[in-house]
Design a protein around this ligand. Structure first.
Ligand code: HDE
Length: 724
């Protein structure tokens, strides 16, 4: 077999570098990845170019990487072939266990910048100096699916932020939903087992639409508030860039005197909120299972850095005492209308990873990683998490030294007497590895009562019991409040989602039990779902530990539609283009989209592109069947009469417009393109969300019209459930 020259990568170039003897400042990631690979920086010439020499892990240059060493050309392989054995051995061990939950995720680097000092409330270093930036790494994830599952599963999204502060790493390991399924960590294995694929058959993958999940949930009334959130469009976000993040639990901020202020953390996307619709999600998963990771990668590489405000809800015990519910209960929120979110900083993601495994896979978030000035509340879920995250990293990363990995190491100095273990990278020098000792300055690090972390001094007393506090007993009031805070279209989506999920449940008694809870939330919703499922009679309401409060005022902040963006900024316009399309119109559309901060992606019958009326060739990013309209926020069809005739005979082109219409997208079209709409059966139904672009001057108006992103009134006309 002919030999081919070894490939060069930037990772096997460079110099030999001693691992840092002391761990003063955490290593810069990109440099440190090069280090283990930097085997001498030996190079040689191939076709006039300097390429790095391929070596074994021991640094021995390799002459032949195409053939194993064998006895005769057709003979057996020889054990002596150390290069082959090392290569295969390493490959055999490439995998580490995926995360037990949140296995599928995607990360990026960035920074946090403080915009308002909190020096009067907390001594946390990150919150002291306005304008100061702190390095950050964020990993977004789905919860239920495995590492290779698709991005648009209906699922909660993880929003985990590692902030490398000057006084230690702070991991704010949150979700895109501010409440959780359960109140006590001891139920976590149960809720996760129930949600994951059923254990005998290992399906369904990455979805909760099955018996086990709804069986557990319908027996767990405390989940009902979360159920409203997960059945809303929050669980099918358009991209990570358009979703909120929440710390969920109540935490504490501590000032220098140890005084405590309760806090709830919020991340608010600068681009506003946006989700897709369910039928679209299903199709996106087929067309581009990596939809969310590609979106983040593309946006950062384009320089459109995603940004979130950090908002705080700050309160004290007296404020907490005014509520019927407990602020330690993670199934409750404090509505923003009652306690406004105070913005104190911004998070910007401006750098993609160099290596997915090294950074996104190996990053180890631990809720218990908090710097001085930030502390926990007694939320029983948070308390349990503080045990679980450290424990799980040991299993996943294989030893206690995962904090030595560049992505996990603090950027500030660190020093202690922990030593040895698998893969110990930072090894203290000197004779002393214990404390107290009498070696003076050579005796290593000592505790610092002034700067060191101190927990909030809290009185705690009471009998040793396994008991849920009475203040955790209201399971329905906030579920109802959430539902009533949604716009009509969002309420419809919640009803649709519940009906869909329960229609996948095989046991009728589980379906009915779920409806019995919905009655306690909103009888109208219960009726819709019962009707959607074809229940002949409504079950009795579920027994409630506490009656539902009906006086909680709606909170508009809980609606996605009411927090939508109003412009195409950061979104994608898909333009289906044919040969001969009006060049002036296309150019005007591109210009208007760029002005709005949107990206245009061209879809054409051939990937080489389309030749417009003025002869310019516009390259396509997608061929029609590779670029369905579900990949775009709004679409336009610009076709010449011949082009439109061609499209009208193509199934994928008809799907393109049919789906765009069915998903309530704004659609712009050139006059000739009407032929396609006609053949797709849409022509008589075209509504105000479909704008004819007669000439270049209509482009701007179309882009402006796309601001609300969807033309929701259409949904009531195109959906059977809406008519039922
Ligand atoms: Fe997690 N969770 N969790 N979780 N969680 C994990 O840690 C756990 C909970 C969240 O991108 C695991 O490193 C328990 C709430 C995110 O790497 C594990 C309980 C919230 C991520 C774990 C919860 C989260 C995890 C699995 C109930 C939102 C992904 C892998 C007490 C506030 C982080 C790992 C990443 C991951 C345990 C509940 C968010 C097993 C025991 C509530 C974003 O430790």
């Amino acid at each position: 077999m002919a030999k081919t020259p070894p490939k060069t990568t930037s990772r096997n170039k460079g110099k030999v570098a001693d691992p840092p003897a002391k761990p003063p400042l955490g290593p810069k990631l990109s440099e440190s990845y090069a280090e283990p690979q930097a085997l001498g920086g030996e190079t040689h010439q191939i076709a006039g170019a300097d390429v790095a020499t391929l070596t074994t892990s021991q640094g021995a240059p390799v002459a032949d990487d195409q053939n194993t060493l064998r006895q005769g050309a057709r003979g057996p392989a020889l054990l002596e072939d150390f290069h082959f054995r090392e290569k295969i051995f390493h490959f055999d061990h490439e995998r580490i266990p995926e995360r037990v939950v949140h296995a599928r995720g995607y990360g990026a680097h960035g920074f946090f910048e403080l915009t308002e000092s909190l020096a009067d409330i907390t001594r946390a270093d990150i919150f002291q100096r306005v304008g100061e930036r702190t390095e950050a790494f964020v990993r977004f994830s789905t919860v239920v699916g495995n590492k290779g599952s698709f991005d648009l599963a209906r699922d909660v999204r993880g929003f985990a932020v590692k902030l490398y502060t000057r006084e230690g790493n702070w991991d704010l390991v949150g979700n895109n939903i501010p409440v959780f399924f359960i109140q006590d960590a001891i139920k976590f294995p149960d809720v996760v087992h129930a949600a994951k694929p059923e254990p005998d058959r290992e399906f369904p993958q990455a979805q909760t639409a099955h018996d086990n999940f709804w069986d557990f949930i319908s027996l767990t009334p405390e989940s009902m508030h979360m159920v409203m959130w997960i059945m809303s469009d929050r669980t099918i976000p358009r991209s990570y860039r358009f979703m909120e993040g929440f710390g969920v639990h109540t935490f504490r901020l501590l000032d220098a005197e140890g005084r405590s202020t309760f806090v709830k953390f919020h991340w608010k996307p600068r681009l506003g909120l946006q989700s897709v619709v369910w039928n679209e999600a299903v199709k996106i998963n087929g067309a581009d299972p990596d939809f969310h990771r590609r979106d983040l990668w593309d946006a950062i590489n384009l320089g459109a850095f995603p940004e979130w405000d950090l908002g705080l809800q700050l309160f004290d015990q007296d404020f907490a005492d005014q509520f019927d519910f407990d602020v330690l209960d993670p199934t409750k929120i404090i509505p923003e209308e009652i306690l406004p979110v105070r913005v104190v900083g911004r998070l910007v993601l401006d750098r993609v990873v160099d290596n997915f495994f090294a950074e996104t896979e190996q990053v180890a978030f631990c809720t218990q990683n908090v710097p001085p000035g930030i502390d926990f509340s007694n939320d029983p879920l948070l308390q349990g998490r503080n045990f679980s995250y450290l424990d799980t990293q040991l299993k996943r990363l294989g030893g206690p030294n995962f904090t030595h990995l560049p992505i996990n190491a603090p950027r500030c100095p660190f020093a202690n007497f922990q030593q040895d273990g698998h893969m110990a990278f930072f090894n203290p020098k000197g004779r002393v590895n214990y404390e107290p000792n009498s070696w003076g300055a050579e005796g290593g690090p000592r505790e610092n009562p002034e700067r060191g972390f101190r927990s909030f001094t809290e009185e705690a007393d009471g009998p040793k019991v396994r008991l849920r506090a009475e203040s955790f007993a209201d399971h329905y009031s906030q579920a109802r409040q959430f539902y009533l805070s949604q716009t009509a279209i969002e309420q419809k989506h919640i009803g649709d989602a519940l009906t869909f999920e329960l229609s996948k449940v095989e046991r009728p008694d589980i379906r009915a039990r779920m409806v019995s809870h919905l009655i306690n939330i909103d009888p109208g919703l219960a009726g819709t779902v019962a009707n959607g499922l074809g229940l002949t009679e409504l079950p009795l309401p579920a027994q409630a530990a506490q009656p539902t409060r009906e006086d909680l005022p709606p909170s508009p902040a809980l609606s996605i539609v009411q927090r939508g963006p109003g412009s195409l900024m950061g979104r994608k316009l898909g333009v289906l283009l044919t040969d001969g399309a009006d060049a002036a119109l296309y150019d005007a559309l591109v210009k208007a989209a760029a002005k709005a901060g949107a990206v245009v992606e061209v879809v054409a019958p051939k990937i080489a592109g389309a030749v417009l009326s003025d002869g310019q060739l516009v390259p396509a990013r997608q061929k029609i069947d590779g670029g369905p309209s579900v990949l775009f926020d709004a679409v336009a069809v610009l076709a010449s009469p011949e082009g439109a005739a061609l499209l009208a005979g193509d199934g994928a082109a008809k799907d393109f417009v049919n789906d765009a219409f069915g998903h309530c997208k704004f659609i712009g079209y050139s006059e000739a393109a009407e032929r396609l709409f006609e053949k797709a059966g849409l022509l008589p139904d075209l509504d105000e969300g479909c704008l004819k672009l007669a000439s270049a001057k209509d482009a701007r108006a179309f882009i402006d019209a796309c601001g609300p992103l969807r033309f929701w009134p259409r949904e009531l006309k195109v959906d059977l459930d809406a008519k039922a």
